[in-house]
Design a protein around this ligand. Sequence first.
Ligand SMILES: Cc1cc2nc3c(=O)[nH]c(=O)nc-3n(C[C@H](O)[C@H](O)[C@H](O)COP(=O)(O)O)c2cc1C
Length: 322
Amino acid sequence: MPCAIPDRETTDIALGSAVRAPSVHNTQPWRWRPTATGIHLFADTGRQLTATDPDQRYLIVSCGAALHHMRAALAALGWASTVDYCPEPGDPEHLATVHTTRRPPGDAQLEMAAAIMVRRTDRRRYLPRAIPARHLRSLAAQVSARGAAVRQVPDTLLPRLATPMQHAVAAHATDRQYQEEIARWSGQHRITDGVPSRNAPAARPVGEIPVRTFAEPALLDPADQPDAAQWLVVGTTRDDRRAQLRAGEATSALLLTATGLGLATSVQTEPLGVAGSRHEIRTGLLHDCAYPQAMVRVGWSSRRAAPLADTPRRPIEDILEA
Ligand SMILES: Cc1cc2nc3c(=O)[nH]c(=O)nc-3n(C[C@H](O)[C@H](O)[C@H](O)COP(=O)(O)O)c2cc1C
């Protein structure tokens, strides 16, 4: 198929959507370079969270989510795309080149892109209301279409999730560098990146499955019953950069599809940044068959929950390379 290049206005609109992608601590660790040969994505390793994400796993998964957001926006604007992953072996920061061809969007592409501006990470507790099996099948299909797999954690196995999460929280409680990083990347003071106080609820009481806590939490969680989120684990059979990028694309497609179905979502990765806890999840929930790359809470938010403010992003000029 001959390759064609979208005009500047189209690329700018797509970049505006790509920056809405979720990223670890809202670090937005990406740089984009649109050229006549394709749209290039680079890792911004200067924004790595060295204590939280020592292996750059979440930096790469975040870039994969941005790659999917970019492609979803282009598709809605009439541009189908293919990707060369890690196109330059000598340049590990060059993660992907997106090639485009003209193709009118269908309903599925329009719905996926429409969810980009609506999706928010909702860290509050979800209602004890079942998610229809057909919704869960749709989410799983989005993940497998991108070369990853999703494991739905049944209630009986929730202790195998809770234990590594508690281990990670305990390890981080005494990790000064981790705590400094959280304080630097969350709270009241960040303007265009980081996790704002208004999107972070207080730590959960002992006995509940813990989720990552941020500095100066100020989000009210009106739920008066325990969290009934469905936990999903996104895994890949390999654990290299390409697999992590694909996992990011798969997680992004899962989140946007869930948003389109009216479901609340929140990515949770704290135990996956601690080698021992990650191993516990790999063996306890994925039977040693896949590498866990992200965990997603999915569910229904309470009717009493206030609409969430969006989390700010950096201006496009800051992520664009000449
Ligand atoms: C790879 C990755 C890891 C993440 N890990 C966590 C986490 O452990 N806890 C959490 O509350 N949010 C986590 N998030 C969500 C980000 O904090 C969130 O996407 C970011 O703050 C932007 O907010 P938004 O998703 O509402 O736009 C993660 C997101 C990604 C892509």
